[in-house]
Every structure is written in structure tokens, then in C-alpha cells.
Design a protein around this ligand. Structure first.
Ligand code: ARG
Length: 382
């Protein structure tokens, strides 16, 4: 049995040994990198049969190298244990991070989540024509909440968590018409699945309650011009008033590499709670697989509408009834890397209606904004 398990570890885990023994657990606690056998909490979790997918995912995120064939883990309690017991980092107690709930300026928040700590999804595999996601699928999805003039909160855009403190979304979800027509962006909801129920359950598993975090400040890209047809630089960063707590249902996504260029051969996914074919927003988090659309053809099509697409925009979809739609804006276009890690490659920006045959959706290409994202995190986190 161990052998089989070992294969699972070897084939699905990717990051290499770290030299230092100090590490940070997926829940953000300082601990030590030890053999799985020296970490009672994670070992007990690992010995469960059947092994729940969320435990597999947590173990994967906890891994910090190998000792021969035995994985080393950054030892600490599982999220469920953390809720019920005060954490005792093992094997040796160490001081834990200072309170994660205040408006502090931790240096960790100044950059997107590190490569081995993002984009990890427990799952194997309108939005128009979309499918339901699993409860814990795409745990980086965020719903953006707006304070209306009546004093209510309405959720109109999507976004993605890129570390504990920051969400990536579209500029038009922060500024311009949305402020006049809907209200000002005031809150971000993380770990949501079904907007119509308080506690979301699927196949007898229930998710933690969503985390609703007030917005501290927001940064639409300075190049974005409200009302401009081209929608260039439709990207923005939102700083949360307190740090999100990572769990099975709340995790950051990786950013695409600056050098990566997507081509029509790439398959990507879009996810969100936007309008579906029945004309209403979906209460359930949906996903849809799309092909990247040939850029030149996309540019020619949109030129006929008077929109001149730039280098930092990409097009995906184009098949009848398969598209993002109103309400999905700001949400991600995502790609699964060969090692199974998810990265965000685009931000839902605009389209010509939704799901029209031959008309792909237009997305802001994240690869063109990596430096801007990094510098915005850095300058707003001090
Ligand atoms: N701008 C829209 C919004 O506010 C999203 C547009 C995406 N449309 C599309 N056909 N892909 O939610």
C-alpha cells in the first residue's frame, strides 16, 4: 500500500527539497519541515481510508521535500483541527505569526503567492453552457460585492485570490460605469459556492462558511479608460482589509509566467457566477472549458465593431452558447500546467453579447501585467 501511495506522491508533487528546515504551513503558521512520520497530525490524516481529496490536497501543499521516498511535510494541524484546537505546531512549538486579522503590512503579502503555494486544486478535472464546479474546485474564486444606494450589497463581478491579502480582477469591476450604475466595491466573498445557501454542501461534504472581507483599497490599472471601446488595461488589484484564512475552500491561484504566450492549441477554463442562458446570474459557481481563439481573426472581428484590440488582450471561446457573460467580469481565464498547478492567464473583460457563434470573449492577458501586479502589491503593502 505504501508503494502505491508513494507513487501518488511522486507523480503529483513537484517542488524540490528546501535547504532550510523552517517552513510555513498552508495555513500560514511557522513550523518545521519534517518526515511525514514525525508529524502525527498529518500522518493520522494520511492514514484515513478512503483518503478524502481535500486531505490529499492539503498534504500536497504541506509537502516540503523528500527523505528518500518519504515525503517531508511542513508540520501543523489540518484546517479542521485548527478550528477546534489551538494550534501547537509540531514537532517543536514555535511562535506563530502575529494576528492574521488586522490591517498589518506583512512582507509576505507584497508578492503573489510563491510557486509552490498556489494553484492547487483538489479536483481531477454562464457562464453560458457551463457546468457546476465541485465544492472545493477553483478555491481562489472571489465574488466582488458592491454597496448600492439602497444600502444593500450586490455581487456583480468575479476575481481571484493571488495571496492572503490581494485579489486580481478587472479594472471595470472597480471603477467607471459600475460605480455609477451599481455602487462602490465594498466587500469580497471568498470560499463561496452557492450564493443562495448559507452553508454549502455537496455529496454529504459541507464547505466552511464563506469569508466576507471588506475592501481596504483598490487599484484599477492607470491605463484603463472608462467608456473606451478597446478596454485596454482592463485589470485591477483589490487589497483586503484583513488577510484571508486559507482552507480547503480558500486558496490562491498562481500567475502565469511573463514569457508564456497562449496559442489556439491551448485549452483554458473560465469560472464564475455570471449570467447563464436563462438570463439570470448563476447561484452556483460554474466553469467552462474554452479554446484560445486565433488572435488575428479576433482582432479583425472586433475591428468591425470599432474596438482595436492590443497586445495585452486575448480571445477565447467563439462557439455558440459557450462563453462568459455579464457578471463573470473580473473572473479568471485559467490554465492547468502539466504539473497540475493552476495559473491565471486572463481576466474576463468584454464580449459582443454572450455566446454568439464566431464571437470569442475578450480577456486581459495577465502575462503582460506581471510587473505592474508585483509593484502594486509592493507599494500598497507598506
Ligand atoms: N463585461 C461583462 C461583465 O461585466 C463580462 C463580459 C464577458 N462577455 C463575454 N461575452 N465573454 O460581466
Amino acid at each position: 500500500m505504501w508503494k502505491r501511495v508513494c507513487v501518488v506522491f511522486v507523480s503529483t508533487l513537484f517542488w524540490s527539497c528546501v535547504l532550510s528546515d523552517d517552513c510555513t504551513t498552508p495555513l500560514g503558521r511557522s513550523s518545521e519541515c519534517v518526515s511525514l512520520y514525525d508529524c502525527p497530525d498529518l500522518l493520522t490524516a494520511f492514514e484515513q481510508r478512503p483518503l478524502p481529496p481535500n486531505v490529499v490536497s492539503y498534504l500536497r501543499q504541506s509537502q516540503c521535500g523528500f527523505e528518500g521516498y518519504v515525503p517531508r511535510v511542513c508540520c501543523g494541524p489540518l484546517p479542521d483541527q485548527e478550528a477546534t484546537q489551538r494550534p501547537t505546531p509540531r514537532p517543536r512549538p514555535r511562535p506563530t505569526e502575529s494576528s492574521s486579522s488586522s490591517e498589518d503590512y506583512s512582507p509576505d503579502d507584497s508578492s503573489p503567492a510563491p510557486r509552490n503555494k498556489c494553484g492547487i486544486d483538489t479536483n481531477g478535472d454562464r457562464i453560458y453552457g457551463g457546468q457546476f464546479t465541485d465544492l472545493d474546485e477553483f478555491p481562489w474564486m472571489a465574488l466582488m460585492g458592491y454597496r448600492t444606494r439602497k444600502g444593500t450589497t450586490t455581487y456583480q463581478c468575479g476575481g481571484v485570490l493571488i495571496n492572503r491579502r490581494y485579489v486580481l480582477t478587472a479594472a471595470h469591476c472597480i471603477t467607471g460605469a459600475i460605480e455609477r450604475e451599481v455602487g462602490s466595491l465594498s466587500t469580497v466573498r471568498l470560499g463561496e459556492y452557492d450564493t443562495q445557501s448559507d452553508v454549502d454542501c455537496l455529496d454529504s461534504t459541507c464547505a466552511d462558511r464563506p469569508q466576507e472581507i471588506p475592501v481596504a483599497s483598490s487599484f484599477p490599472h492607470p491605463g484603463y479608460i472608462d467608456g473606451n471601446k478597446n478596454r485596454r488595461d482592463d485589470i485591477g488589484i483589490v487589497r483586503l482589509a484583513k488577510r484571508a484564512t486559507f482552507s480547503y475552500y480558500v486558496q490562491p491561484i498562481c500567475l502565469v509566467d511573463e514569457s508564456e504566450r497562449l496559442t489556439p492549441g491551448n485549452d483554458v477554463f473560465v469560472a464564475g457566477w455570471g449570467k447563464t442562458l436563462d438570463g439570470r446570474n448563476s447561484p452556483i459557481k460554474l466553469k467552462l472549458g474554452l479554446p484560445i481563439f486565433k488572435k488575428d481573426d479576433c482582432v479583425s472581428k472586433y475591428r468591425t465593431l470599432g474596438a482595436v484590440l492590443g497586445e495585452n488582450q486575448l480571445c477565447a471561446g467563439g462557439a455558440f452558447a459557450e462563453d462568459a457573460c455579464r457578471g463573470d467580469s473580473g473572473g479568471p481565464l485559467m490554465k492547468k500546467r502539466p504539473d497540475g498547478v493552476w495559473e491565471t492567464v486572463g481576466v474576463v473583460s468584454f464580449g459582443y453579447g454572450c455566446g454568439r457563434d464566431g464571437w470569442p470573449g475578450v480577456y486581459t492577458s495577465v502575462a503582460g501585467y506581471i510587473d505592474w501586479i508585483k509593484s502594486t502589491l509592493q507599494s500598497s503593502n507598506q
